[in-house]
Design a protein around this ligand. Structure first.
Ligand SMILES: Cc1ncc(COP(=O)(O)O)c(C=O)c1O
Length: 367
């Protein structure tokens, strides 16, 4: 078959080990998955209750317009209903944007390391990928981004906070950057971890749309809302941008169950606030732990941390796996010498520190 040339050398997404797999592999009683930045507290109790009773007309296609969820989100964000695009997770929105705006001859600018799906999708579309290394502290090099943008640039990806470093861009820096990007370039502000940010110099980028019509903001129900299994993500942008992207979207990309659960989840803002605070407390414990042990940790504003390990990150990941913790090795994330750990509950964090201590206690190990 005549596959797209771009597929040469590409590999399908490789999910990490599942809890069940690790339990049977190592004969463990309990395994904690801290690898994909899901919410360790699950979703709001009201959503769980609703989940058990929600009646779905399973033989009927879902509402392809997501009307009810759309109205609620438009109200929440103070935008018009036509400014919202839904995706099967924000993953799909990355794909939709790439399909609509990237092709051979175009280029796209992003950080490295960052969320890998931007480059993955761009590659498939045959666009040139311009990767701008993060600064040493893990921040986006926005001046580097501006240097990389030219007349062939169609999409710029800003992962804010960035995965895997967790840094958030101060709002004034972001505004200064947006003011210099040509308005023919779509700037994607991927805010999958928005709900976890507590930094005072972070703002609501949806409000920036009024001044910078070429931005699009990505949010998801997979992280703080605890609904990753149901695949609901959305984007907010100018109606003209959304209308073009909608041409690429498949007609029934969200399932009926996911739509009603997301709608229900929006009713419980207190749950999100509680998760933000619980996460902030455990995040601080990670920072204190790293300080105490004199190991480097990036300044995360998310529900994960990128933390230094002694020796090879794959080996550290394997040792932690044997102790019941599934985390991500930095070797696969472009951050060798580090692991990315989702911030769990207080108890999970304490146990994780015990496991991490064993990495540090190996004779001769140092970071
Ligand atoms: C930065 C970022 N964007 C987007 C996603 C995709 O999330 P989802 O497709 O579940 O909405 C993730 C998931 O890990 C992420 O880390």
């Amino acid at each position: 078959m005549n596959w797209k040339k771009a597929l040469d050398g590409m590999t399908p997404y490789k999910p990490g080990r599942s809890i069940e797999e690790v339990i049977s592999l190592y004969g463990l009683k309990e395994v904690v998955k801290l690898a994909s930045n899901e919410n360790p507290y699950g979703c709001a109790p009201s959503v769980k209750e609703f989940m058990a009773t929600a009646a779905i007309q399973h033989e009927i296609y879902p509402d392809g317009h997501a009307s009810a969820l759309r109205s609620k989100l438009a109200l929440k964000h103070g935008v018009g209903e036509e400014s919202i695009l839904f995706g099967n997770g924000s993953d799909e929105i990355v794909m939709i944007i790439s399909r609509a705006l990237l092709s051979p001859g175009a280029n796209t600018v992003m950080a490295t390391p960052t969320f890998p799906q931007y480059a993955h999708s761009a590659k498939i579309e045959g666009a040139e990928i311009r990767e701008v290394p993060l600064k040493a502290d893990g921040q986006h090099n926005l001046d580097g981004f501006l240097n990389a943008v030219d007349s062939k640039t169609t999409v710029v990806w800003v992962c804010n906070p960035n995965n895997p470093t967790g840094n958030v861009i101060p709002i004034d820096d972001l505004k200064a950057f947006l003011g210099q990007v040509p308005d023919t370039v779509l700037v994607v502000l991927d805010e999958a971890y928005f709900e976890y940010v507590t930094a005072a110099d972070h703002g609501d980028s949806v409000a920036l749309l009024e001044h910078y019509p070429n931005i699009i903001v990505l949010r998801t129900f997979s992280k703080a809302y605890g609904l990753a299994a149901f695949r609901v993500g959305y984007a907010i942008g100018q109606s003209e941008v959304i209308s073009n992207l909608n041409k690429v979207r498949s007609p029934f990309n969200n399932n009926s169950f996911g739509l009603v659960l997301a709608e229900k989840a929006l009713e419980d803002a207190a749950f999100i606030e509680e998760c933000r605070e619980l996460n902030r407390q455990q995040r601080q414990r990670f920072k204190d732990y790293a300080d105490r042990k004199d190991i480097h940790i990036f300044d995360s504003e998310t529900n994960f941390v990128l933390i230094q390990v002694p020796g090879d990150a794959d080996e550290a990941a394997e040792k932690l796996l044997k102790q019941g913790f599934i985390i991500r090795s930095g070797n696969a994330l472009g951050t060798p010498g580090y692991i990315r750990v989702t911030i769990g509950t207080e108890e999970q964090t304490s146990k994780f520190f015990d496991a991490f201590d064993t990495l540090l206690s190996v004779e001769g190990s140092h970071v």
